[in-house]
Design a protein around this ligand. Structure first.
Ligand code: UGA
Length: 444
């Protein structure tokens, strides 16, 4: 099938490449010309495992092309996937639909110039319940002769494993209001359903809500284990064992029960807030959802005081080292990263940070509060960042941090303290070297 992708960000690019690898002919569109030029040269615009290989392969096979000309996408696609960003509106906390509205407006106008050729618009971006309906009305208002069907097709790919997740979905969700959309969407996912991966058809509003309900439920699950973790730190109970044992109950599942520095990324934090706001608008006080939002904010804001508590000396005016800037490993994304809260809070207390992250530095510089920038120095490798600092904090679970020579690092940090917010190191080994090793859930 011929498919178009509007928005070549984390989802649009990885999924465009996946569809191409499954045998569809894909045209990806983005308004940023430099991005399109770079992708046409085979250079990925973001970090994601295997993306370079898929990009090269599909460009060579000519199963994917990139364009900044909307006409090219619309004239050549039976299904157009809308993959633009729906960030948080910083003033209201609601989902900002401006990119959805401007891109669908352009599609509507452009379609008129192409004689209103039929297409299906599959909304892949995360949007509040009722948005598809509003978008449809908006598009028809602009161009009453628009010949299209709209369906909701939320994505469930995690950054860092987006290609794997797309190719091995737990389920594909499609919200439709007619048989034709169901049939065409069934066909586009046939390479996956033929392998036994399930497709779940429902109505449009339900599909929109499934995405919010899934993300927010996982946000609550992680927030819950993070609070259990705090109890463990005061009582000596072992949070890792609790997560494993809880997970042995099939009704709970062991996944997403790992404690950490708080939840980051462009999805869980903003989707949970947006769902709470949806409830507000409906006159509902969604207490569990609101509590999970606040619990996560509190956890991320507490990181600096946790580090200060673990230090036996005062840290004011001193420098600590930090491994990790991205919100989790295997991505270059720093949106809502707990490292932002940590660095910004430390800066307020006049504590400097030497940081190293294998892929996140550029995006972190752009995201962090400019007032904190004077307090942070970025390094190209872990040892240079750690040298002559007071203590070491690990906040992202990159594999390469596990391979470092901690005997060498022992001589580099003054206080012989490691604070590991991801529990990636071995407690016995660290203590044998001589470190005071604080991990998540350890009794203080
Ligand atoms: C999340 C969902 O997992 C995807 O299914 C969804 O498609 C995506 O949002 C989206 O809406 O686009 P993502 O934000 O990439 O994916 O990352 P996750 O792997 O879900 O992690 C989110 C946060 O939770 C990270 O900060 C991570 O470190 C944290 N986390 C995750 C934990 O602290 N503990 C866990 O056990 C799992």
């Amino acid at each position: 099938m011929k498919i178009g992708i509007i928005g070549t960000g984390y989802i649009g690019l990885t999924e465009g490449l996946c569809f191409a690898s499954l045998g569809q002919h894909v045209i990806c569109y983005d308004i940023i010309k430099e991005k399109i030029d770079q992708l046409n040269k085979g250079i990925p615009t973001l970090y994601e495992e295997n993306i370079d290989v898929l990009l090269k392969e599909n460009l060579e096979k000519k199963t994917i092309t990139f364009t900044d000309d909307l006409k090219v996408v619309l004239s050549g696609s039976e299904i157009v996937f809308l993959c633009v960003n729906t960030p948080e509106n910083p003033e209201t906390g609601e989902c900002d639909l401006s990119q959805i509205m401007t891109s669908t407006e352009s599609i509507s106008k452009m379609s008129e110039t192409l004689g209103n050729k039929f297409f299906i618009l599959a909304v892949r971006s995360t949007v509040p319940v009722g948005t598809n309906k509003k978008v449809k009305e908006h598009m028809l208002k602009i161009n009453p002769k628009l010949n299209f069907l709209i369906c909701s097709n939320p994505e469930f790919s995690r950054q860092g494993s987006a290609i794997y997740d797309f190719m091995n979905p737990d389920r594909v969700i499609v919200g439709v209001d007619n048989e034709k959309s169901k049939e065409r969407m069934g066909l586009v996912y046939k390479p996956l359903t033929d392998k036994g991966f399930p497709i779940f058809f429902t109505n449009i509003e339900t599909a929109e809500m499934i995405k919010y309900a899934s993300n927010t439920f996982l946000n609550i699950k992680i927030g819950f284990i993070n609070e259990i973790c705090d109890i463990c730190e005061m009582t000596g109970a072992n949070v890792e064992d609790i997560g494993k044992a809880m997970g042995m109950d099939k009704r709970i599942s062991p996944l997403f029960l790992k404690p950490g520095p708080g939840i980051g990324g462009s999805c869980f934090p903003k989707d949970s807030i947006a769902l709470a706001k949806m409830g507000n608008k409906l006159g509902l006080d969604l207490q569990i959802i609101n509590a999970s939002v606040n619990s996560n904010i509190a956890r991320k804001n507490s990181l600096a005081s946790r580090v200060i508590n673990y230090s036996k000396n005062k840290l004011e005016g001193k420098t600590i080292s930090l491994l990790g800037l991205t919100f989790k490993a295997n991505t270059d994304d720093t949106r809502y990263s707990p490292a932002l809260n940590l660095v910004e809070e430390l800066a307020k207390k006049n504590i400097k940070v030497n940081a190293y992250d294998p892929h996140g530095t550029d995006k972190f510089k752009y995201m962090v509060d400019p007032k904190a920038l004077d307090f942070i120095r970025f390094f190209d490798n872990a040892y240079d960042a750690i040298k002559d600092t007071e203590l070491l904090v690990i906040i992202t679970e990159w594999d390469e941090y596990k391979q470092l020579d901690y005997k060498k690092i022992y001589d580099m940090v003054q206080q012989k303290v490691i604070v590991d917010f991801r529990n990636i190191l071995n407690e016995q080994e660290m203590e044998k070297i001589g470190f005071k090793y604080y991990y998540i859930g350890k009794k203080i």
